[in-house]
Design a protein around this ligand. Structure first.
Ligand SMILES: *[C@@H]1O[C@H](CO)[C@@H](O)[C@H](O)[C@H]1NC(C)=O
Ligand SMILES: *[C@@H]1O[C@H](CO)[C@@H](O)[C@H](O)[C@H]1NC(C)=O
Ligand SMILES: *[C@@H]1O[C@H](CO)[C@@H](O)[C@H](O)[C@H]1NC(C)=O
Ligand SMILES: *[C@@H]1O[C@H](CO)[C@@H](O)[C@H](O)[C@H]1NC(C)=O
Ligand SMILES: *[C@@H]1O[C@H](CO)[C@@H](O)[C@H](O)[C@H]1NC(C)=O
Ligand SMILES: *[C@@H]1O[C@H](CO)[C@@H](O)[C@H](O)[C@H]1NC(C)=O
Ligand SMILES: *[C@@H]1O[C@H](CO)[C@@H](O)[C@H](O)[C@H]1NC(C)=O
Length: 458
């Protein structure tokens, strides 16, 4: 992986690591085994860099110092930085290459509530401006109680864009696994301009009424694998993106070769899997399977509009089990929201090849609302083996289709005429994507850490 890091470091990391081994191993030794796509040669502890547990003292400097020092071992087998059991208050910090941040299963990172800790970074080049406000945005961070920033956002008082909980930029071969993320102020996990990202075993919990708290948003990324995640969100559980209008078109970096599987989602006011609305670098070759959801607004959602340009094509979904949904499928060709008034009215998105099969949905209000764009038909929609049970509140028009074209086979209730009945089994690719070949290995670290009462107490 590649991350930004500063060039000014103030410690001799090697000396510290050696000393730590000598002094701290005396008290407690436990073995840590974990599964990772890369193991590291060196081990260090947050406490070696002045880290203080207890949840009251800020560890921002300790994290920054540790990661700055440990980045020097990047070319010598890399380091795992262990955050021991305890509560660790912190502001944002950057990661580095050939590095593992290992958080003990009984460790909690708490986000600082001191706004001064949250430095500003520029808007993303493929978005042009911040999503909440035009200026710079607050830096990503690891946990933040929703209260203050979300309240300010709701009251229209935010001058800057809310930070994302984990943001991985311009990196490759990244693993994010076995974490529980709670109360992000905005998107939870945002891999952007990256490739070979494996996200596995995350539990993401956001209040169901919190704004823009999307679970995982792969954005202008190639070869991403999202598996075994449980997400409760106030917005989309997964939103596939690739930049916004003219900025995304110019940046031109698609999201492609994305695998999503074994996802469980609760998203009462949004989608289980959304494509867009920011898709101006293009989205292609997405494969989603074994998706379970309850109490969600829509199963598969397409959001796009005039000005977005680019394309969404070769989308494959199989195996959805849905319970209590407003829509099973929902496509919107006039989704609003632009980074300014100067978007290109001729930039029409091409929507082509959306394949949905083996879907069971119960207690559904609207089977499908599929609305393309006038003069820009959404093409090649395929649905097969889809059984939708409507709820007693269902409208008398289960399918409402405009400006779309496609086929359907064994779909109930009977779909709209624009999805013509044709005996077919919608395709799902059988080849293996490169990201699927990434394997986990067992990594070990002797964890010798002197536990202090203050680390463990609340
Ligand atoms: C995640 O945790 C489970 C259960 O403790 C463990 O079996 C698995 O190896 C871990 N996986 C990763 C990728 O860390
Ligand atoms: C990361 O490790 C690889 C060897 O595994 C090495 O080639 C590369 O230079 C390292 N990168 C950095 C930035 O340290
Ligand atoms: C972290 O990386 C960002 C670039 O994304 C940079 O602006 C910032 O200065 C870095 N912060 C530290 C503490 O290294
Ligand atoms: C699917 O993901 C859940 C976590 O949401 C996990 O408990 C379960 O073991 C996974 N199933 C398979 C078959 O991997
Ligand atoms: C999907 O679920 C089915 C049935 O539970 C299981 O046989 C299959 O292996 C799963 N596939 C993936 C990719 O998780
Ligand atoms: C069906 O959906 C409605 C909302 O449309 C909900 O109030 C009700 O509890 C659901 N019933 C079941 C059996 O899930
Ligand atoms: C069907 O969808 C179109 C396009 O979004 C909308 O204008 C129309 O009102 C809808 N019809 C019904 C009966 O909901």
């Amino acid at each position: 992986m590649r991350f930004y890091h500063t060039s000014t470091c103030h410690f001799l990391a090697k000396l510290i690591v050696v000393l730590t081994w000598g002094i701290l191993c005396v008290r407690a030794v436990e073995c840590i085994d974990y599964e990772a796509i890369s193991c590291r040669k060196h081990t260090a502890f947050l406490t070696d860099f002045g880290g203080k547990g207890g949840g009251k003292t800020s560890n921002t400097e300790a994290f920054r110092k540790a990661i700055c020092e440990l980045s020097k071992f990047g070319t010598d087998g890399g380091t795992q930085l262990i955050v021991p059991l305890g509560k660790w208050l912190t502001g944002p910090f950057n990661l580095t290459s050939n590095f593992t941040l290992y958080i003990h299963q009984d460790a909690v990172l708490l986000a600082s509530q001191d706004e001064a800790e949250w430095d500003l970074i520029p808007p993303l080049p493929s978005y042009g401006i911040g999503r909440d406000a035009p200026g710079p945005r607050w830096k990503r961070h690891h946990r933040w109680s929703r209260s203050r920033m979300v309240t300010k956002f709701r009251q229209g008082q935010l001058k800057n864009t809310r930070p994302y909980l984990i943001e991985i930029m311009f990196s490759d071969h990244v693993q994010i696994s076995n974490l529980t993320l709670i109360n992000s102020p905005s998107w939870n996990v945002h891999p952007v301009y990256s490739s070979f990202v494996v996200i596995k075993g995350l539990t993401i919990l956001a209040p169901i009424k919190s704004p823009n708290t999307d679970g995982i948003n792969p954005d202008s990324c190639s070869n991403t694998r999202i598996e075994d995640c449980f997400i409760v969100s106030g917005d989309d559980c997964i939103a596939v993106k690739s930049g916004w209008d003219e900025y995304g078109i110019t940046f031109g970096m698609p999201t492609q070769h994305l695998i999503i599987r074994n996802l469980t989602c609760i998203s009462p006011s949004s989608a289980v899997i959304a494509l867009g609305s920011e898709m101006s670098g293009g989205i292609q070759n997405v494969r989603a399977e074994n998706i379970t959801a309850i109490s969600s607004e829509s199963g598969l959602r397409m959001k796009t509009g005039i000005g977005r340009g680019a394309y969404v094509k070769d989308i494959f979904v199989r195996g959805m089990t849905l319970q209590t949904m407003k829509y099973t499928f929902w496509m919107t060709g006039d989704y609003g929201g632009h980074p300014g008034d100067h978007y290109d009215l001729k930039a029409l998105p091409v929507i082509q090849g959306i394949n949905l099969k083996d879907v069971v949905a119960k207690n559904v209000t609207i089977a499908g609302k599929l609305a393309g764009i006038d003069g820009d038909t959404f093409n090649g929609i395929c649905m097969s083996n889809v059984a939708i049970e409507l709820s007693e509140h269902a409208t008398n028009l289960p399918w409402n289709c405009t400006n779309i074209q496609g086929v359907s086979s064994q779909v109930s209730p009977q779909p709209c005429a624009l999805l013509s009945d044709k005996k077919t089994d919608c395709p799902f690719p059988t080849d293996t994507l490169p990201v699927d070949k990434i394997q986990f290995q067992t990594c070990a670290a002797a964890s010798c850490h002197r536990l202090k009462d203050s680390d463990i107490s609340s």
